[in-house]
Design a protein around this ligand. Structure first.
Ligand code: PLP
Length: 384
């Protein structure tokens, strides 16, 4: 029997769209110039293309061309945003930061660094079982010395959408800046990111672009730039905020992936929802609970705990059918309860045994949800 394993782990990374791969290939092998070369056509073409990509990406979040800088991904964007704001906090005496306990490590770790090495006070808000941090809970904590709020757009483990747009509108009335890690939401939940968010982190490989490319949006407040300082030094590219030779092929790949997503987003969303319904209908055979508020979730991520089943054992059992994850990929090497599910107040065994299914609807043609549900139901205590 030749098993077809369905990839249900797009929250970890996606297959590069073949159209994107063609574009990347072109900018690697034909138009391979350095966007910083000023003395010939090769450089000029690369520079022009990057500017076009920049303008497009800016448009997708309602920003201006010059407000986008290209990076290697959301981890780097988060670090530039969070560590880059620290000098302003130190100079102005505003050393309080609010974030959530369900952020990705790429936000939590830089903030722990600011707390432990540079004397910042960081509040980690817990969302409760819904997995959604309320705008009110954030606003209650905002003080005159609050430099920054950092709240993710879509949680990578539960798919729950956070109220970043409403928060942006409120924080605009205060001196506190808002950073949003939009690694999971960019391209998929389009409208939110057009809100007046000061700093947005974007990752290419969550939308069908290659790994190793992303962007940081640094939106002005009127005439005022976000007071970011560089954390790396070099040739002065990207307004000195991200020095280093621009990865033109990857940037063009990100552009193409974002363009494809924009063009197909509503179809993608309804197809993703359809797949969710199929999966949930099949899982009726099993006993499970959904982790996080299903009504506030993106359609392509589903986090469930199956009653009485150990997630690691289950993954081994179903690995010839589907590729899924426990918690986030970055912590799945260690067998600890998910920090996200724990921060939601879920019991230890639920938080340890959460399973994340995530899919792109065009890539699950061979998926057999009934077969999967059958396997799981047979493993559950009391099954025939
Ligand atoms: C919410 C979130 N933030 C940041 C990252 C890191 O993004 P990148 O791989 O582009 O550095 C991820 C990737 O898993 C993520 O899900």
């Amino acid at each position: 029997m030749s098993a077809v394993v369905t990839y249900l782990d797009v929250a970890a990374t996606t297959r590069v769209d073949p159209r994107v791969a063609d574009v990347v290939h072109h900018w690697m092998t034909e138009d391979f110039g350095n966007a910083g070369s000023r003395t010939h056509e090769f450089g000029a073409r690369a520079k022009k293309a990057v500017q076009e990509a920049r303008t497009f990406l800016a448009g997708t979040v309602g920003a201006k061309t010059e407000e986008v800088i290209f990076t290697s991904g959301a981890t780097e964007s988060n670090n530039i945003a969070l560590l880059g704001m620290a000098p302003h906090g130190e100079k102005s005496g505003r050393k309080h930061i609010i974030t959530s306990a369900i952020e990705h490590k790429a936000v939590i770790e830089p903030l722990l660094h600011l707390r432990d090495a540079r004397g910042f006070e960081v509040d980690f808000l817990e969302p409760g079982p819904s997995g959604r941090v309320s705008k009110e809970a954030v606003m209650e904590r905002v003080r005159p010395d609050t430099l920054l709020v950092s709240l993710m757009h879509v949680n990578n483990e539960t798919g729950v959408i956070q109220p970043v747009a409403e928060l942006a509108e409120e924080l605009r009335q205060t001196p506190t800046f808002l950073h949003v890690d939009a690694a999971q939401g960019y391209g998929k939940v389009a409208q939110d990111l057009k809100a007046p968010i000061d700093l947005i982190s974007i990752s290419g490989h969550k939308i069908g672009a290659p790994k190793g490319v992303g962007a940081l949006v640094t939106r002005r407040r009127g005439w005022d730039k976000v007071p970011l300082e560089p954390i790396m030094f070099g040739g002065g590219q990207e307004r000195k905020l991200r020095p280093g030779t621009l990865a033109v092929p990857l940037i063009m790949g990100l552009y193409e992936a974002a363009r494809i997503f924009q063009e197909n987003r509503s179809q993608w969303e309804s197809d993703a929802r359809h797949m969710r319904e199929r999966l949930l209908a099949a899982l009726e055979k099993t006993r499970f609970q959904i982790n996080g508020d299903a009504d506030q979730s993106v359609p392509h991520i589903l986090n469930v705990t199956f009653v009485g089943l150990n997630a690691e054992a289950l993954i081994v059992r179903i690995k010839d059918q589907v590729a899924v994850a426990t918690g986030s990929a970055c912590t799945s090497a260690s067998y600890t309860p998910s920090h996200v599910l724990t921060a939601m107040g879920l019991p230890h065994d639920v938080a340890t045994n959460g399973l994340r299914f995530s899919w792109f609807p065009g890539q699950v043609a061979d998926f057999d949800p009934e077969g999967l549900a059958e396997t799981i139901a047979h493993m559950q205590p009391g099954a025939a």
